[in-house]
Design a protein around this ligand. Structure first.
Ligand SMILES: *Cc1c(COP(=O)(O)O)cnc(C)c1O
Length: 364
């Protein structure tokens, strides 16, 4: 292993997708599987599709092109709101985009018309998380203008919660979204195909049976990839949390003190790290660092291993409790949270390898 490696267990991803899709389906909700945490990894998208997701959601055109080149021809939804300089590429690449800015909708309309196409749009409404979305009182005007634009078709309303300010999806704000949709339908005499209620943070509301019936679509990334809902990051029942594992090689393994020697200033990242005196410990230096991963989001699979710090190119672990089991050149495995997954999948210094693990009969 020349580089650190992320192994991707496609069977576990398929299984997780099947679990989430099944839950949502039983509440009348369609699932778009979101692959952006893996930079649009085509095998991950295919595993999600085998698990039953209706379409794929992505936020970057580079990732979408990776999916298309790999032969994935299902509908792809562009999750990042459309941008003015990208309208031609957007119309060429995806069937459906999320939008909020009227000027961008006008440009999308022109781009679609120039290509003799009809491009579908969902208009995002800001329910209070203060990321993307039209402010509710401006919604009727934006919808009026959108409906008048040739070449684009308004297929629904959507909202994003939790991602930026951490506002939790609730019966109340979801009902609010439904009320906006119904009002638009009444006012303009149209029917909206989709009311897209959110992401992995909506899973609890759905299971509890408190998601309003009219919400018929969600966009799920982390719930499928890492098997967690995202309000409290609890493992989701019937899913695997370890479809992705990071393997890193031990470069140096020596017994040294646990406390640094000499006067100390800030480290390479402007922090003054604190260390606990545990006497002499076995310290392993690994071939992965802050340039590749969010170190705080790594969890050693071996419970006798503890991460004590990191620099751009190294993670340092206390491996004293492995009692000599470990050798230079061995690999250590780590579970990843979403931030760590995103970084590792994006790092060119980290190899990615898909495996078909074969799903064990009982899920943890
Ligand atoms: C990333 C993203 C999602 C998926 O979020 P998860 O928390 O991974 O489920 C959903 N909607 C939008 C708009 C996104 O950008």
């Amino acid at each position: 292993m020349a580089k650190p490696l992320v192994t991707i267990d496609l069977d576990k991803i398929e299984h997780n997708a099947r679990t989430i899709v099944g839950l949502c389906r039983s509440h009348g909700i369609a699932v778009t599987g979101v692959t952006k945490g893996t930079c649009g990894h085509p095998e991950v998208a295919k595993a999600m599709l085998r698990g039953g997701v209706a379409s794929i959601g992505e936020s970057r055109l580079e990732n979408i092109s990776r999916l298309r080149v790999a032969g994935i021809d299902v509908p792809i939804m562009l999750l990042r709101i459309s941008w003015l300089s990208g309208v031609d590429d957007i119309v060429d690449s995806v069937d459906l985009s999320l939008n909020s800015e009227p000027s961008v909708l006008r440009a999308l309309s022109q781009a679609a018309q120039a290509r003799g196409r009809v491009h579908d749009v969902i208009v995002m409404v800001d329910l209070g998380d203060l990321r993307e979305g039209v402010w509710p009182e401006d919604l009727p005007a934006v919808v009026r203008e959108t409906l008048a634009l040739p070449g684009i078709r308004l297929v629904g309303l959507g909202a994003s919660l939790s991602c930026f300010s951490g506002v939790v999806p609730s019966e109340e704000n979801m009902n609010q979204l439904v009320r906006y949709a119904r009002r638009i339908e009444r006012e303009f005499g149209i029917r909206l195909e989709w009311i897209s209620g959110g992401s992995s943070s909506a899973l609890e509301l759905i299971t509890a049976g408190r998601m309003p019936k009219a919400i018929n679509h969600v966009r799920i990334g982390e719930g499928i990839l890492l098997g967690r809902e995202t309000i409290r990051r609890r493992p989701w029942p019937g899913t695997f949390q370890d479809a992705f594992l990071l393997q890193a090689e031990v470069l140096e393994l020596m017994r040294k003190p646990s406390l640094p020697i000499g006067e100390r200033s800030e480290d390479a990242f402007g922090e003054l790290p604190e260390f606990v005196d545990r006497g002499e410990i076995d310290r392993a230096i690994l071939n992965i660092g802050r340039q590749d991963v969010s170190v705080e989001g790594m969890t050693p699979v071996d419970q006798d291993v503890t991460i004590i710090g990191a620099s751009s190119g190294y993670v340092i672990a206390d491996v004293t409790r492995t009692k000599g089991r470990l050798r230079v050149g061995d690999e250590l495995a780590f579970g990843l949270n979403y931030a760590a997954l995103l970084a590792a999948m994006t790092s060119p210094y980290v190899e990615k390898e898909t495996i078909e693990g074969g799903v064990r009969p009982s899920v943890p």
